[in-house]
Design a protein around this ligand. Structure first.
Ligand code: NAD
Ligand code: UD1
Length: 338
């Protein structure tokens, strides 16, 4: 299949591009590089030994999209492009709604004009909201969202649901990711956040490599086994495989919702101790107060994806942490050093 990957120079996008190429798909990447790296795609080309079509530009640029669809026989779109920092979204709601909601809207308009009706959208477990019981299941309703980032994901899910209801030519996969971590086993590509990492895994990796003195653990008084928060971490290569598998669901019209997670909860402290064991590095930490908006514990029921797509997360926690460390050790400053 010939696939447009928006945001393909970012973390999840670049790993997905590798797996799409492995499966024999043709790929064109559109990315404005606001949080992605051209170097990531050069390295994808090295891993795969084949050039990747790349267009630098914005998903909100309708004229550019029209030219792109006119020039390439695109059959499906995987839409990663967007902004993802929860705290920043509270400070800059307009930027988030513009990139995430307006961006998706313009993309759908351009797709419809070009006669392309197959779309895979990067959603998030955050759409279940704070009151959903665990494990989260796709049959549960979307809950309330407490920040513009989460609201933008819920809005786009609604927009795409309405679109499918109105026009049976559309088929859309809403993939609700849990907590992707890890890196390609080659150590060539991985997560390279700009500035101070918001998320746990890159923070641990940067402490281990000596870029930061210690990890702050946000709260050890949650109602969990060791008092720290529990999440469902999944390997980014498994997540990439989930995108490839989800393409099959686009054969049938309508909305197809899938949780992509392992179904296993892991605490922050378990993450630290397992990382130390796998990497042989010490990760000094202190306990800080809870971070506003954090939930105590959630994980996926990922059985629908296994039943319907034949997908399940294959790589365990040790592989996730080993591959993260391999990437970080080889690239202490991320992509910047090359
Ligand atoms: P990322 O920031 O590494 O990748 C996003 C890419 O999109 C970047 O390369 C960025 O340059 C590009 N981009 C942003 N706005 C754009 C625009 N307007 N036009 C063109 N390109 C644009 O993030 P990621 O972690 O790879 O996440 C990919 C998607 O998955 C995002 O939509 C994110 O919200 C979603 N998601 C991520 C996580 C996670 O934990 N990483 C969890 C759930 C959902
Ligand atoms: C966060 C976002 C979520 C988003 C996801 C992926 C919030 C509240 N949620 O999920 O909407 O989809 O990222 O981008 O921001 N932790 C520490 N110290 C740190 C960093 C994190 O203790 O320096 C803890 C957190 O309290 C949490 C766990 O580690 O319990 C995981 O945090 P993180 O990696 O940020 O993911 P989420 O909060 O699950």
């Amino acid at each position: 299949m010939s696939i447009l990957v928006t945001g393909g120079a970012g973390y999840i996008g670049s790993h997905t591009v590798v797996q799409l190429l492995e499966e024999g798909h043709e790929v064109v990447v559109l990315d404005n590089l606001c949080n992605g790296s051209r170097e990531a795609l050069h390295r994808v080309e090295t891993i795969f030994g084949k050039a990747v079509g790349f267009i630098e530009g914005d998903v909100r640029d309708r004229a550019l999209l029209d030219r792109l669809f006119a020039g390439h026989a695109i059959e499906a779109v995987i839409h990663f492009a967007g902004l993802k920092a929860v705290g920043e979204s509270v400070e800059q709601p307009l930027a988030y709604y513009d990139a995430n909601v307006h961006g998706s809207l313009v993309l759908c308009q351009a797709m419809a004009a070009a006669g392309v009706y197959k779309l895979v959208f990067s959603s998030s477990a955050t759409v279940y909201g704070p009151d959903a019981p665990v494990p989260y299941m796709e049959t549960m309703p979307r809950g309330s969202t407490s920040n513009p980032y989460g609201s933008s994901k819920a809005m786009v899910e609604q927009l795409l649901t309405d679109l499918c209801r109105a026009d049976a030519r559309w088929s859309v996969a809403l993939l609700r990711y849990f907590n992707p971590i890890g890196a390609h086993p080659s150590g060539q590509i991985g997560e390279d956040p700009q500035g101070i990492p918001n998320n746990l895994m890159p923070f641990i990796a940067q402490v281990a490599v000596g870029r930061r003195p210690e990890l702050a653990i946000f709260g050890d008084d949650y109602p969990t086994e060791d008092g720290t928060c529990v999440r469902d971490y999944l390997h980014v290569m498994d997540l990439a495989d989930g995108h490839v598998a989800s393409l099959a669901s686009l054969e049938e019209s309508g909305v197809h919702i899938y949780n992509l997670g392992t179904g296993q909860g892991v605490s922050v402290l378990e993450m630290v101790t397992t990382f130390e064991r796998v990497s042989g590095q010490r990760v000094p930490y202190r306990i800080d107060p809870r971070r506003e908006g954090d939930l105590a514990a959630f994980w996926a029921d990922a059985s629908k994806a296994e039943r319907e797509l034949g997908w399940r997360a294959e790589r365990g926690l040790e592989a996730m942490l080993r591959d993260t460390w391999h990437w970080q050790r080889n690239n202490p400053a991320g992509y910047q050093q090359s």
